[in-house]
Design a protein around this ligand. Structure first.
Ligand code: PLP
Length: 413
């Protein structure tokens, strides 16, 4: 097995089937899926509506080229644009989150004629040359040779870092001062600030609501574009809002918004939304051969309809609150758990060490529960089930996680 092949478990896990919030491995064992394929399974595994839309479209035509019109793609673009909150919005489809962010950076740097960008400490935006080059955690970047010059701003991580002891209002004020300091250090024009409303790979850490609205005021003064990376936070996952940026809406929507992961419920579709004047500043490189292809657009449309018809955002808010409350009670009794945090069905559980987090992944698997891992040093567990999670499943998963964490706590004691 090559060392660069990232496998989560000591013994590789082969998943062969899924249904609802459960998956089955090759030996027939069932697991409750609290990671939703790294947040790609947004509604449910094997959702009949999505399966039907995919097979019907596949029976008609798989793909031609995005040079030709496809009804699914047009309707999807209209729905995504309308939901984004960005005025006079245009959508460009891609096949991944990385490519979506790459495109957003391309648009912003072209628009502003500058290769300087601001990113948040501990951020992750993908694995292309530009996106890996701007990540705010050096452990996730094998290169420092980014084509972009990046200045890193504090303010993404609420409970750790230099401003952890401050109230929300003072935290925001300190972060704004930091942003202004960074801009003072910049030579010439800065193109954009790119930020995840809730950091994903960073371990589901959320800044105080309103932080990016406060940033926006400063950015506007300098003409800097705000890119909201919603690859993990879109489609209601954070419960209170459809988009993560809406928790920071005081000064209007972002200039650009990127999405991927959950939209296709497992089919690869991502994209960028931007005001027409920003989107239209590129008149070359305007084709993504597979971006928004008929089959992925059909899946995405069916998935989005289901999500809205069944108010899965409301479910994420309600069941997410139940689950977080239950996990906070577990945390209070176990020294190995440092913190439970997050928004909606994006719950981070920070443990005492990366080793404890690695063990928790294994012990949860033994219990029949799949979870994710992340955080600045790999010390956090990430819980992000499909948004249709039921109360019973939340309880069942919390009980399995509690047993897993108790075992780790005993090992670490
Ligand atoms: N942006 C964020 C916030 C992400 O979490 C990720 C992936 O984890 C990406 C971008 C990259 O997306 P992809 O893996 O689809 O290229």
């Amino acid at each position: 097995m090559p060392s660069w092949l990232a496998l989560y478990y000591d013994e590789p896990l082969e998943i062969v089937r899924g249904e609802g919030r459960h998956v089955w491995d090759a030996s027939g064992r069932r697991y409750l899926d609290f990671f939703g394929g790294i947040l790609t399974t947004m509604t449910a595994h094997a959702l009949p509506e999505v399966t039907k839309a995919v097979s019907e479209q596949a029976g008609r035509i798989l793909h031609t080229s995005t040079l030709y019109l496809d009804r699914n793609m047009v309707e999807l673009a209209e729905r995504v644009a309308a939901s984004s909150g960005i005025p006079d919005a245009r959508v460009f489809f891609t096949t991944s989150g990385t490519e979506a962010n790459d495109t957003a950076l391309l648009l912003a740097t072209a628009r502003r004629r500058s290769n300087q960008v601001l990113a948040m400490r501990n951020s992750y935006h993908g694995r292309s040359f530009s996106t890996v080059g701007i990540t705010g955690n050096s452990a996730w970047s094998p290169t420092s040779l980014s084509p972009l010059q990046t200045l890193y701003v504090h303010g993404a991580v609420r409970t750790r870092g230099p401003y952890a002891h401050l109230s929300d209002a003072d935290f925001i004020a300190a972060s704004v001062r930091d942003l202004e300091d960074m801009l003072g250090q910049a030579h010439g024009t800065v193109a954009a600030l790119i930020a995840e409303p809730v950091q994903g790979v960073g371990g589901f850490t959320a800044p105080p609501d309103g932080l990016y609205a406060a940033f926006r005021e400063v950015l506007d003064r300098h003409g800097i574009l705000w890119i909201s990376d919603e690859v993990q936070t879109g489609w209601g996952r954070t419960g209170d809002h459809f988009w993560g940026w809406q928790a920071h809406a005081g000064n209007g929507p972002p200039d650009l918004l990127t999405f991927a992961k959950g939209l296709g419920n497992g089919m690869s579709v991502g994209g960028v939304v931007a005001r027409a004047e920003v989107m239209n500043c590129l008149d070359a490189n305007s084709i993504s051969t597979f971006g928004g292809s008929p089959v992925t657009a059909a899946a995405a449309l069916a998935n989005l309809r289901y999500l809205l018809d069944h108010d899965l955002q409301g479910n994420a808010r309600r069941v997410g609150a139940l689950l977080a409350e239950r996990l906070r009670a577990v945390a209070a009794a176990l020294p190995v758990v440092r913190e439970v945090r997050g928004r909606g069905l994006m719950i981070g559980v920070e443990l005492a060490s990366p080793r404890a987090a690695a063990r928790a992944l294994e012990t949860a698997r033994e219990q029949g529960l799949l979870i994710g891992r992340g955080g600045r040093a790999g010390d956090a567990l990430r819980i992000a089930p499909p948004l249709s999670l039921t109360d019973d499943e939340a309880g069942e998963g919390a009980a399995m996680l509690e047993r897993a964490l108790r075992a780790v706590d005993a090992e670490e004691a």
